[in-house]
Design a protein around this ligand. Structure first.
Ligand code: KG4
Ligand code: ZN
Length: 348
């Protein structure tokens, strides 16, 4: 079975082809970062227009790379939400039009389920059950995943997502969007403990998190600094920020593993590319005889391969009657706000 995956929920147009026997055949991502950089964040209208320009050429590119044609496709998986409504509509409309013409089904995928299942493309891939740490620009969640489609939310951020905290810190340090990679690289040059920042909710009895206080602490440190542009100060502040974030995420993830008596941690979302987080989680899990899995680096941030993977997994869990409902659907919609557990409820 050959599945085309389309991702257009935010500022990356991602397209991929996955074969249920041979795995990932081809994938391509066009990032709009350079376009949005000028504005310090994603401009939704510009994002939608750019998806329109990119999506068809990218589909043609991956088909050609894989030596396939549209007629070889058996299904299309597309991000249905959450995300920017206009941006989602581009991928979803293209998916439905193409599928209508080819008479194949369209499977709507939850963006975070895609991130989570990108781990299935790692070698070795994790086995269920596991604890998932979903860390992206819009989400910071800890989940118990018993099997495919069964996601129990154990902890969430009460305010900013961790990727957002990286992006805002980068802005305060005069770096461009998206801030994660820049802050992480700057932190490598700084010293731990010179600037000590708060670890919000670290010792709270639950698995919830909060990052807005940390962002304010970064702002205060910048405002109070005699020279906020001094390279040493910037590096130490970045280090202090990264140390605080990593401390909170690692502590909560280990706590969840212990609480649920599980030994496997799966990390997903853009922030799972973070070097310091990877190092710390490897250390903490190894110490306790636990295992941690990350997606391949290129598949941490938004891409079509994760959507194709999640779509294929969904199809495999559907009966033929359920699959039949996904043909020639002219009443399709997008779900800009969509909880993963609502998406999971679709699976029997
Ligand atoms: O998953 P993603 O591509 O998009 C969303 O679904 O939100 O995540 C984007 C987020 C951004 O906030 C970006 O700054 C962050 O992931 N990010 C990182 C790194 N690479 C991307 N954060 C920390 N370290 C990184 N290396
Ligand atoms: Zn994402």
């Amino acid at each position: 079975m050959l599945v085309l995956g389309l991702e257009s929920s935010c500022d990356e147009t991602g397209v991929a082809l996955i074969d249920d026997q041979k795995g990932l055949l081809a994938h391509a991502v066009h990032t709009q970062i350079d376009m949005h950089k000028l504005y310090g964040g994603v401009v939704p209208e510009l994002a939608s227009r750019d998806h329109i320009r990119r999506v068809i050429p990218l589909i043609e590119q991956v088909l050609e790379e894989a030596g396939k044609t549209k007629a070889d496709l058996d299904a299309i998986a597309v991000t249905q939400g959450p995300g920017l409504a206009g941006a989602l509509l581009v991928g979803v409309s293209v998916a439905h039009a193409l599928a209508f013409a080819l008479d194949i089904p369209v499977i709507g995928v939850h963006h975070m389920e895609g991130h989570l299942l990108a781990n299935l493309l790692a070698d070795p891939a994790p086995q269920f059950p596991f604890i998932a740490l979903l860390v992206s620009g819009g989400h910071t969640q800890i989940m118990k995943v018993t099997r495919f489609g069964q996601y129990e939310l154990l902890g969430d951020t009460l305010d900013d997502a961790v990727g957002e905290a990286f992006d805002k810190t980068a802005q305060l340090l005069g770096m461009c969007y998206p801030g994660g990679p820049g802050v992480s690289a700057l932190a490598e040059k700084g010293l731990s403990g010179v600037i000590d920042l708060p670890r919000p909710m670290l010792h709270a009895p639950n698995l919830d998190m909060s990052f807005s206080g940390l962002k304010t602490a970064v702002l205060t440190a910048v405002q109070k600094a005699p020279d906020a542009n001094a390279p040493e100060f910037r590096a130490n502040l970045a280090r202090g920020f990264v140390d605080a974030v990593v401390d909170v995420l690692a502590t909560k993830a280990i706590k969840a593993l212990k609480q649920e008596k599980l030994k496997t941690l799966v990390v997903a979302g853009g922030v799972s590319a973070n070097k310091q987080l990877r190092e710390r989680l490897r250390l903490e899990t190894a110490k306790r005889g636990m295992k941690v899995f990350f997606p391949p680096i290129k598949l941490c941030t938004d891409n079509g391969a994760m959507i194709a993977t999640a779509g294929l997994a969904r199809i495999k869990h559907m009966s033929q009657d359920e699959i039949n409902l996904h043909f020639k659907n002219l009443r399709f919609n997008v779900k800009p706000r969509w909880q993963l557990k609502e998406a999971a409820a679709d699976i029997g």
